[in-house]
Write a protein that binds this ligand. Structure first.
Ligand code: BGC
Length: 784
């Protein structure tokens, strides 16, 4: 099924390192705000304009977000039941500090008045900077050149810098630059789409204190329920121009600095504006003001040039370890770099935050973290920036207590159940059939930890963080599953929802059972290994979580007896016990505009049919790649492709991987190409509400795990590269156990070159190679 697609349209100029907009069009403005978003893992701002926006309703959404900075509110159910999630958390839109208006004599600059003679906006992926150039002719004929550069700093993660310059082209006169901090902000309210909006209405942040002094304004606000404070500050530094008057004023929580210049034709007026956002969950509340002063002073001393240089260094390092080079398709090249750049911008790096489904670019899914992190995004970081992968996994450790409490509520037993969607670790899903019931989240997290350990060898992480997560989460399988009769006995798991959210509350979901089996096997083996090799750590952990030998034995027994459904007649794995008995969804009579189905049909109607929103069985084939035969993979892929809508953006990349593995290069390539530019081309139709981080990472998975065939196992890394249809080659970089190497795949050969490290062994097909420093190995490509 390949329904659910917008008409493909390229909105931005194709360029290998930039996203370029050459015209201003209100109709694409909403999307462009997402595309041109900047972030650094802590702070994100949408690409809305400094001067504000006077366009038609519904074509813009202002947004500045702090990762994991949230308000918590009770979930209201008219009919409730025991154990339902009680509260939800929403990432808040915080004050808008980027506002800078321009007034020429008495005319105010707006893209909606006068004439835009020249316009260019570009997101520089190499440097991590957004630039805009506009030549504007005012209604009375005054011409100005406006140049703006914007950077969300990687050096100081609470800081945004804006360099704003205006040059009169045909006049001398008075020019006012009005820099503002707007504290009147609110989140977008729920629309009729479960993927966006929130129940929060009106202004959530309450004013505690404000201050305006010379060139700086500060605004301290607090949330009502989560009691978090945010201190938003702006500081303006005039860099050039003859300023003849400065005036400050405030209207409610709108703090204004008005600078008047005696402007001369051809002379540049420029200003550097710093925006700073400090939060009480990171800085003790009584130190917020002092800390703001210190940082703003440092920023003043160091100036734009310093932060620009560091930005460049961070980006150079990033691309050095993760760049993908594509030969023969510039659109794809642009799409992939855009995706990787946004992933880097979105990932929390402090162990207390993670990566939201929409990153820091919009309010979709309320800024919640899902399994998207571990199954789609963490792998990208494991092999490019392993320290970020570790921080994302540490976040789970830091929220383990909430997961323990949730398990206690649900089962009145030991163990931990991670939430389906959350910010601080509590379950925020108010719809349990597609939320809490996705118990596979436990196995997903453990899968990512295992991948991380195999790729980095970071045993210290396992001993201090990983093991506890792995053991506590393993316990849950024994509560929701049981040994069912028969000989040999089967371990069955009941009433769960797998990744495919168009099928809910089933017995023996194939993905869940297969992942739980792998989890239990790993948990049992790991417990034995730690007991053998690090007995003190083992005693510490088992004392802490009250773990005994008998329980470990039970894990092994459950793993050994785990039931993995198989339909012998069709030769495929049924998605669950009842999936194949249901009628197939009437695809032929479903109108094109009824996709995604979730917006047009009652869930029960969908659940009663064989129809998938996303990869489920196929995802298990990829994650547990060495447990299924080539033929099994081929048959499952063929079957599930027929009944999958790909209504979820998490789907196609996985189908692409198994397609590549089983020889359907054509289909694999088409899924890959569509995924690669999903947000740039707005193929899902909702990118204006924010990027799709899982899908962005999925494109990396498609190329590296799919076409290059990279797989990891206890033996090491293995490749079996092939080339997507329409390309002549590609290269990518991988970090593995302290090494960084580049894989270059061309039509004739594959070259593996060591860039950093002492060397390592890898498999190419079934042959083993040793790569040493200064070396590169050339390998004949096996013909598909
Ligand atoms: C998908 C989930 C995913 C969520 C957030 C949903 O549409 O079905 O698998 O976790 O989006 O990206």
């Amino acid at each position: 099924m390949s329904r659910n697609r917008q008409q493909k349209k390229i909105f931005y100029k194709v360029d290998p390192w930039k996203i370029i907009e050459t015209d201003f069009d209100p109709q694409t403005n909403f999307l462009s705000e997402t595309v041109f978003s900047l972030g650094n893992g802590n702070l994100g701002i949408r690409g809305s304009f400094e001067e504000g926006y006077d366009g038609p309703a519904g074509t813009s959404m202002e947004g500045t977000y702090l990762n994991g900075f949230f308000e918590k509110v009770p979930i209201h159910y008219d009919e409730t039941a025991y154990g339902y999630a009680t509260h939800t958390e929403t990432m808040l839109n915080v004050p808008n500090g980027k506002l800078i208006q321009l007034q020429i004599e008495d005319e105010v600059f707006s893209l909606f008045t006068g004439t835009i003679e020249k316009y260019r906006r570009e997101l520089d992926l190499q440097q991590g900077i957004l630039r805009r150039y506009t030549r504007w002719v005012s209604p009375r004929g005054k011409i100005v050149d406006i140049e703006v550069e914007r950077m969300v700093s990687f050096a100081e993660d609470s800081l945004v810098l804006i360099r704003y310059a205006v040059t009169p082209v045909n006049f001398n006169g008075t020019v006012q630059v009005i820099s503002m901090l707007d504290g009147h902000v609110h989140n977008q309210t729920a629309e009729n789409d479960p993927r966006i909006g929130t129940s929060l209405t009106g202004q959530t942040l309450k004013l505690e204190k404000l201050e305006q002094k010379e060139d700086a304004s500060k605004l301290l606000q607090v949330t009502t329920h989560s009691k978090l404070q945010v201190l938003s500050c702006i500081h303006n530094l005039i860099e050039s121009g003859h300023c003849i008057n400065r005036m400050n004023h405030a209207h409610g929580q709108m703090l204004v600095h008005r600078y008047t210049f005696a402007a001369k034709m051809g002379e540049r007026i420029s200003l550097t504006k710093s925006l700073l956002y400090l939060r009480s969950d990171r800085v003790p509340p009584d130190q917020l003001w002092e800390m703001a002063d210190t940082i703003l002073e440092t920023v003043k001393q160091q100036g734009w040039a310093h932060y620009h240089m560091v930005q460049r260094q961070v980006m150079d390092d990033f691309w050095m370890h993760c760049d993908i080079d594509i030969a023969g398709n510039d659109e794809l090249q642009q799409g992939l770099r855009f995706n990787l750049f946004h992933l880097f911008q979105s990932a929390g790096r402090d162990g207390s935050t993670n990566i939201a489904a929409k990153g820091l670019t919009g309010e979709g899914y309320q800024g919640h973290y899902f399994w998207d992190s571990e199954i789609y995004i963490v792998p990208f970081f494991i092999y490019t920036q392993p320290w970020i992968a570790r921080k994302l996994l540490e976040y789970r450790f830091n929220t383990l207590d909430q997961a323990r409490r949730r398990a206690h509520t649900l089962f009145r037993k030991k163990g931990a159940l991670f939430p389906w969607r959350t910010i601080t670790g509590i379950e925020c899903s108010s719809y349990y059939p597609a939320g809490t019931a996705q118990y596979h989240i436990n196995a997903d997290i453990v899968h990512a930890i295992r991948q991380y350990e195999m790729a980095t060898g970071d045993w210290e992480f396992i001993l201090n963080f990983g093991a506890e997560i792995i053991f506590e989460t393993a316990r849950i399988w024994l509560y929701i599953g049981a040994f069912s009769g028969g000989s040999p006995q089967r371990f069955c798991i009941f009433t769960v929802t797998g990744p495919d959210e168009y099928t809910a509350l089933v017995n023996n979901n194939f993905y869940t059972n297969a992942m739980a089996k792998s989890h239990l096997n790993y948990a049992a083996a790991l417990a034995k290994r730690i007991a053998r090799e690090d007995d003190e750590d083992f005693s510490r952990i088992s004392r802490k979580i009250d773990l005994g030998a008998e329980e470990i034995e039970q894990w092994q027994m459950a793993a050994d007896a785990m039931y993995l459904p198989k339909d012998e007649e069709r030769g495929i794995h049924p998605q669950d016990d009842s999936f194949l008995d249901k009628p197939v969804w009437p695809f032929d009579t479903t109108p094109e505009n009824h996709y995604p189905l979730l917006l047009h049909y009652h869930p029960l109607d969908i659940y009663r049919h064989q129809v998938c929103k996303q990869a489920d069985v196929v995802l298990a084939l990829y994650l547990l790649h060495d447990q299924f035969s080539h033929e099994e993979k081929k048959r499952d892929l063929a079957y599930y492709e027929q009944v999958t809508t790909h209504d979820s953006s998490l789907s196609r990349c996985i189908f692409s991987i198994i397609g590549a593995e089983t020889g359907d290069t054509e289909k694999a390539s088409s899924h890959f190409l569509e995924t690669a530019r999903l947000d740039l081309d707005n193929l899902q139709g909702n990118a204006h509400h924010g990027i799709h981080t899982a899908s962005m990472a999925g494109t990396w998975l498609s190329l590296v795990n799919g076409f290059a065939g990279m797989r990891i196992s206890e033996e090491g890394l293995r490749f079996s590269p092939q080339i997507p249809v329409g390309l002549t080659g590609y290269s990518f970089r991988i970090k593995f156990r302290g090494n960084c190497f580049k894989v270059n795949v061309s039509v004739q050969e594959t070259t593996v070159k060591l860039l950093e490290g002492d060397g390592f062994e890898f498999y190419y097909g079934d042959e083993k190679f040793l790569l040493l420093p200064e070396e590169s190995i050339q390998l004949q490509r096996k013909r598909e």
